[in-house]
Write a protein that binds this ligand. Structure first.
Ligand SMILES: C[S@@+](CC[C@H](N)C(=O)[O-])C[C@H]1O[C@@H](n2cnc3c(N)ncnc32)[C@H](O)[C@@H]1O
Length: 480
């Protein structure tokens, strides 16, 4: 077994080593890492406030109706004041997944992220979370738990999405098992077997199902099942769940409580005609020039849609993130030829002299968004170059964030490049919230099956094997 499960008293220990020692390297892996990589610095947020907040954490957000995916009334009985729903987010990025789970009522207590810029954004938006800025391969999961005064079996849910570029169907170079980044799922599973959460949510691109004939997805499902979890995968389209963007993502959902795993149909789902459009999402944001660089500007108008009203909740007159990539004149000239819904094919050949091999261009290149449809997938601007519906420029950081479902209170720290990357990498918070609420519903639907003693179940959890490739992949839960 990876990491021994020590006995829990059922209570949080007082005077934790983390609370007393603050920032330290106690979570460094005690066993040698799988692959040798440099240690990154460990960053943490206000340990004393975290320790205090762990003692009593009310679940209020959806019970008070602030969520767009409300829970049934009987959800209130799951507001366990003595043992709230604690979550840990691995590969946390800017915190899209965290935001969705928080909005659904989970208390995210720890996050692991390697990139300092993403960590800075995460920390700015979730100051009460213990953030470990480090390469996950160097970390000991039990030591990470000790930092926040928890033992294995005490975490409700482990969530996370390892880097996905290596699985993406648009990646023609490194979409192979030889890419070391395609093996970080092993570290996710290593945390599962040590932390022994009640639930697991693993998110990635749809291409994980087809990369090398789905072998990695198969390994993940086999490993979870061998560790005592019921595990299923499903493909979700964020546009069906309140996000103004067509973005298909794979979710592996698992639990060790014998509770039903939410099916796609258990998620709050919009009719196709009710999908949120680009106009409903961003039409109230400032007009901007190419290369706009003033971060905060006044909203030019009142909100005109429920979505805009929701995104603007808690913000004053100023909106941040009005940063746009500066394109040179010949690129701006190309933009002028593209109609709403059009793409690079609308640009005269004479203006595309540097595109020698146009067979390699896909429809997402120079795509101009349509006002009255959900957006195409928000990827990194340098690769996709999504164009504003009626301004000849790329999307601002805030527009991209709105199309991902980040509220306007969410700040992306740092310069435009890393901010664009963080937005593009994120799980849309509204999609994460839909999944999180469905997990709550699963708990509510079978309360008699809920195990109040995490250790009883935790001790039955076995060893994870990441070597088997033979499992059949269950896709009972797919989108059409
Ligand atoms: C797809 S993004 C995660 C997005 C995040 N779930 C969200 O919703 O905002 C993957 C993240 O994993 C981080 N990452 C990559 N390799 C890592 C490693 N070895 N250890 C920790 N984090 C890593 C990347 O910096 C990136 O932010």
């Amino acid at each position: 077994m990876v990491g021994a499960c020590r006995e829990s008293t059922g209570h949080r220990r007082k005077g934790s080593s983390r609370g007393e020692q603050g920032v330290d390297a106690t979570c460094v892996r005690r066993t040698p890492p799988c692959r040798s990589l440099d240690r990154a610095p460990v960053v943490t947020n206000s340990p004393s406030s975290l320790a205090a907040s762990l003692t009593k954490i009310p679940l209020t957000s959806h019970i008070e109706g602030s969520s767009c995916h409300p829970l049934p009334e009987d959800a209130a009985q799951f507001d366990r004041q003595d043992r709230p729903f604690l979550a840990i987010d691995l590969f946390a990025g800017a915190g899209g997944l965290t935001q969705g789970f928080r909005d659904a009522g989970f208390k995210v207590v720890q996050a692991v992220e390697q990139d300092p810029a993403a960590t800075a954004t995460y920390t700015a938006n979730h100051p009460d979370v213990d953030v470990i800025c480090a390469d996950i391969q160097t970390l000991d999961p039990i030591a990470c738990l000790e930092r926040i005064n928890l033992a294995c079996g005490e975490v409700s849910i482990l969530i996370g999405g390892p880097p996905c570029q290596g699985f993406s169907e648009s990646n023609r170079r490194t979409r192979t098992l030889a890419n070391p980044k395609n093996h970080l799922y092993i570290d996710f599973l290593r945390f599962v077997t040590s932390v022994k959460p009640e639930w697991v949510v693993f998110e990635n691109v749809a291409g994980l199902r087809t990369m090398e004939r789905g072998v990695i997805l198969s390994r993940i499902l086999v490993a979870l099942r061998e560790a005592g979890y019921e595990a299923e995968s499903c493909l979700l389209n964020s546009a069906n769940h309140g996000v103004p963007q067509v973005r298909r993502r794979l979710f592996v959902i698992a639990n060790r409580l014998n509770l039903p795993i939410p099916q796609k149909t258990d998620l709050v789902t919009l009719a196709k005609s009710d999908r949120i459009t680009v106009r409903q999402a961003i039409a109230d944001l400032p007009m901007l020039p190419n290369g706009a660089s003033i971060d905060k500007l006044e909203y030019p108008s009142n909100p005109t849609s429920d979505y805009q009203r929701k995104m603007r909740q808690g913000v004053g007159k100023l909106v941040s993130g009005n940063l746009v990539t500066r394109n040179c004149a010949h690129i701006q000239q190309r933009y002028r030829h593209i109609p709403e819904g059009g793409n690079w094919k609308d640009i005269p050949v004479s203006l595309l002299s540097n595109y020698t091999d146009r067979t390699r261009c896909h429809t997402g290149i120079y795509h101009r968004l349509s006002w009255d449809l959900p957006a195409k997938v928000i990827g990194n601007f340098r690769k996709n170059m999504l164009v504003h519906p009626n301004q000849d420029r790329g999307l601002s950081v805030r527009e991209a964030a709105r199309l991902q479902g980040f509220p306007d209170t969410y700040h992306f720290t740092g310069t435009i490049g890393p901010s664009q990357q963080q937005v593009a990498d994120a799980v849309p918070p509204l999609l994460a919230e839909a999944v999180a609420v469905a997990i709550f519903r699963s708990l509510v639907s079978a309360p008699q099956r809920f195990s109040p003693d995490p250790m009883t179940a935790a001790l039955t959890v076995g060893t994870v094997s990441t070597s088997k490739e033979s499992a059949s992949i269950s896709h009972t839960n797919d989108i059409p």
